[in-house]
Design a protein around this ligand. Structure first.
Ligand code: HEC
Length: 102
């Protein structure tokens, strides 16, 4: 019983941050253009994770992109507009979550 309880606590502790990040992604309209698995206007979050995971300083670079916008990396027609409303902390939380999705 004790073991079961510990497993349960560990599972909840791991899934809460992921959920919070998804909600942040929803609240900041990222999902309008991005899906975890499917390519929409923007690349899927899994594609992004695959491309960048393990690169030095990548979280900070992507946080800047999320805040300032991006173009020319994933194809010429589509660009990501600047996001004036998102805070740096929220952008960082979402980016760190994206990088776990590989
Ligand atoms: C209006 C559509 C749109 C919205 C809203 C949007 N994105 Fe994007 N995003 C794009 C497009 C298009 C690209 C590809 C840009 C490029 O080719 O440089 C992109 C690229 C990215 C990249 C990769 C940048 C790179 O240098 O490879 C990340 C990370 C990202 N988006 C995260 C987010 C997050 C987090 C949010 C929400 C805060 C968000 N996006 C909201 C369209 C959008």
């Amino acid at each position: 019983m004790k073991h079961l309880l510990l497993t349960l606590v560990a599972t909840v502790a791991v899934s809460i941050p992921a959920l919070a990040s998804q909600e942040l992604a929803d609240a900041n309209k990222c999902k309008k253009c991005h899906h975890v698995d499917i390519v929409k206007d923007g690349p899927s979050f899994k594609q992004i994770a695959k491309k960048y995971v393990g690169q030095d300083g990548i979280a900070n670079k992507l946080v800047n992109k999320v805040m300032k916008g991006s173009s020319g990396v994933w194809g010429k027609e589509n660009e990501m507009p600047e996001n004036k409303k998102i805070t740096k902390e929220d952008a960082k939380t979402i980016v760190e979550w994206i990088l776990t999705l590989k």
